[in-house]
Design a protein around this ligand. Structure first.
Ligand code: ADP
Ligand code: MG
Length: 238
């Protein structure tokens, strides 16, 4: 668990600025959803938080400490991608333990942590299977398992459910929320789906063209949208 502070963070690709000084303060254990139309900068912002993309200006702080120059592996952050990022030729257990193996942890340690994560995610019976032998929901749980075994302070999700069918998406939303309740970990969840944002978030950050339009609870955004963009996006009458 950790607090996360995004302070006036910006990103330019050459002469094109795509993030224009975004600030978001996230207390310990909060579930924040970053929402906005395609191309507004959600993935770029998340990748800067993870350290996968250098920031052009501003600060990213974890528990008060500036991490701008720390490589991803030293940030205590885990990113969950869509389930198709699994290694097809590794078993579920090997997929989940791979990052730990790369970190040089002992076999016994890795097995213990994979087992514990598998219990949390109801994956114990599937540890010896390969991704192609799993359902879409099970694969997505393996993708989450890879993050959980690392015991990160912060979880980042980038549209993790976008390649699942509608029914499974609804089920996985509930599972991710349950996971957050159990782990009590700070999570930043990116989606372009306003229903996902409204049903999952403690607080929502609405992004548009690389700028924050509004930050607030789902109810606040619904009842008192800051402008017609937020109102239209969240779906309340304006
Ligand atoms: P989102 O995730 O909200 O759909 P992105 O963060 O992927 O948006 O992209 C934000 C903007 O930055 C887009 O205009 C995109 O074209 C641009 N962009 C993203 N990555 C690069 C890059 N490597 N080089 C140049 N422009 C980029
Ligand atoms: Mg994106």
């Amino acid at each position: 668990m950790a607090s996360m502070n995004i302070v006036n963070v910006g990103k330019a690709y050459g002469s094109l600025t795509v993030i224009h000084g975004v600030s978001v303060e996230i207390p310990d254990g909060e579930f924040v959803v970053l929402v906005g139309p395609s191309g507004c900068g959600k993935s770029t912002l998340l990748r800067m938080v993870a350290g996968l993309e250098p920031i052009t200006f501003g600060d990213i702080r974890i528990d008060g400490k500036v991490v701008n120059d720390l490589p991803p592996k030293d940030r205590d952050i885990a990113m969950v991608f869509q389930s198709y990022a699994l290694y097809p030729h590794k078993t579920v257990a090997q997929n989940m333990g791979f990052a730990l193996k790369m970190r040089g942890e002992t076999k016994a340690d890795i097995e213990g942590r994979v087992r514990k994560a598998a219990e949390i995610l109801d994956l114990v019976p599937y540890l010896a299977r390969y991704p192609r032998q799993l359902s879409g929901g099970q694969r997505q749980r393996v993708a989450m398992g890879r993050a959980i075994v690392r015991d990160p302070k912060v979880f980042l999700f980038d549209e993790p459910l976008s390649n699942l069918d509608a029914k499974l998406r609804v089920q996985m939303r509930a599972e991710i929320k349950e996971l957050q309740r159990r782990l009590a970990t700070t999570m930043i969840y990116v989606t372009h789906d306003q229903v996902e944002a409204m049903t999952m978030a403690d607080r929502i950050v609405v992004l548009r063209d690389g700028r924050v339009e509004q930050i607030g609870s789902p109810l606040t955004l619904y009842d008192t949208p800051a402008n017609t963009f937020v109102a239209g996006f969240i779906g309340s009458p304006s």
